[in-house]
Design a protein around this ligand. Sequence first.
Ligand SMILES: Nc1ncnc2c1ncn2[C@@H]1O[C@H](COP(=O)(O)OP(=O)(O)OP(=O)(O)O)[C@@H](O)[C@H]1O
Ligand SMILES: [Mg+2]
Length: 310
Amino acid sequence: MIVEIKDLVKYYGDFKALDHFNLEVKDGEILGLLGPNGSGKTTTINCLLALLTHEEGTIKIFGKDMTASSYDIKKDIGVVMQNVAVFEELTVFQNVDYFCGLYISDRKQCQQYVEEALTFVGLNDYKKKYPKELSGGLLRRLNIACGIAHKPKLIILDEPTVAVDPQSRNHILENIQELNKKGATIVYTTHYMEEVEQLCDRIIIMDSGKEIASGTKEVLKNSIQVKEKIKFEMDALEDDVLVYIKGHKDVNDASFKNQLLEIEVTKNNGLLLELLSYFKENKIDFNKVYSETPTLNDVFLEITGKELRD
Ligand SMILES: Nc1ncnc2c1ncn2[C@@H]1O[C@H](COP(=O)(O)OP(=O)(O)OP(=O)(O)O)[C@@H](O)[C@H]1O
Ligand SMILES: [Mg+2]
């Protein structure tokens, strides 16, 4: 096990930010920590890195107890913080060189690693620029280069794509997959469900400092009642038809709003075909029909009663 957090409790004053939180990260996986704003993702990362103290629980990294002075552990960790942390007075190259130099004492080796990191994040043409000359997306890439240049075994990224344009975002996600292929274990926090779905082998969904569900995206989506949503775009719908649909044994709920009939289906067994023939028989017109599988937001919604993003 690369990371093992057990029963972590963290208070800020009277406020309980982490409530017996558990986290295990296996060698070679990309673990996604998904939760809404304020759910405790950054607090978890900061406790994991021993940047914050905690009240209860244990934290092990690479099988050893993590403490503020565990420098042997820290040298094998790369961190990309939620808030970009670079030196304004240093160039792009100098920034990466500084962070890499904290871990790599051989100058030649260090400079080679810096070159590799800059090529990797696509900042080769910006080596001599200063951070204030970079766009938001490029600045994020610099932040990442600073965190990973020393080739750490464990890489922790806290919402690295926030406020980033789509192109840089894809670049960042591809970079992370590439690092993982080269052997790094990854912990990735985000409140974007699309990102964890695309990237992560396993996902832990957290809310209010607690784990509310975990597993692969398939397992998570299968764990909820609603397995499919069928949507009909139609100009009008008689009330009795809606009542009929709502009463169907495979329907969790149905609604008709803004010319959209939305049906939550609890079984994936051909209700759509049944409805199509029912509509035909009863001469019910519609413009368009489509079926959607659940998203991780649906998982979050079914467990907590609220949206992942508000
Ligand atoms: N230094 C602090 N003092 C007091 N409360 C804090 C402090 N840092 C965080 N909190 C509170 O702890 C809770 C968890 O915050 P945290 O930053 O870990 O959430 P997060 O999941 O990272 O959110 P976001 O997606 O917005 O980054 C929030 O309610 C936050 O207001
Ligand atoms: Mg955060």
